[in-house]
Design a protein around this ligand. Sequence first.
Ligand code: FES
Ligand code: FES
Length: 159
Amino acid sequence: MMTKPNYSISLNVNGKAYSRDVEPRMLLSDFLRYELDLTGTHVGCEHGVCGACTVLLDGVPVRSCLIFAVQVNGHEIMTVEGLASGPDDMSPLQQAFRDAHGLQCGFCTPGILMTLVPFLEENPEPSEEGIREAISGNLCRCTGYQNIVKAVKLAANME
Ligand code: FES
Ligand code: FES
């Protein structure tokens, strides 16, 4: 029987260095969840539509279900776990989502947060239209988006 080739990759995730051998077909989303146990990255559609799997690749939001783990060799990833060390130490954006009730089931939330982190860095005083545009690639089936927008405004000190 032929053995499947594995590739050695080294990367930095949430400030920590990791090295692993992975199959070339392993998705980054699966790598994060199953190899590193970082299950905050959610997987919804697995084909680039829902945005639930969004993480930062060298600071840029990407859909981790559309990237192979081998492609991020040598790069830096940030997942939702990188935003806070625990429930008592949430980032201002996470706290705003909590305070404004910007989530219901929470399935979409990690992807939305990781989309918004660089957005708010680049747009510290965003318009409502800008906020809605920023999260237009993240599907939420629960909230109707009203409180998500409110949470972003709260995080930007606009509420
Ligand atoms: S799981 Fe990646 S975009 Fe939906
Ligand atoms: S809070 Fe349930 S999908 Fe967004």
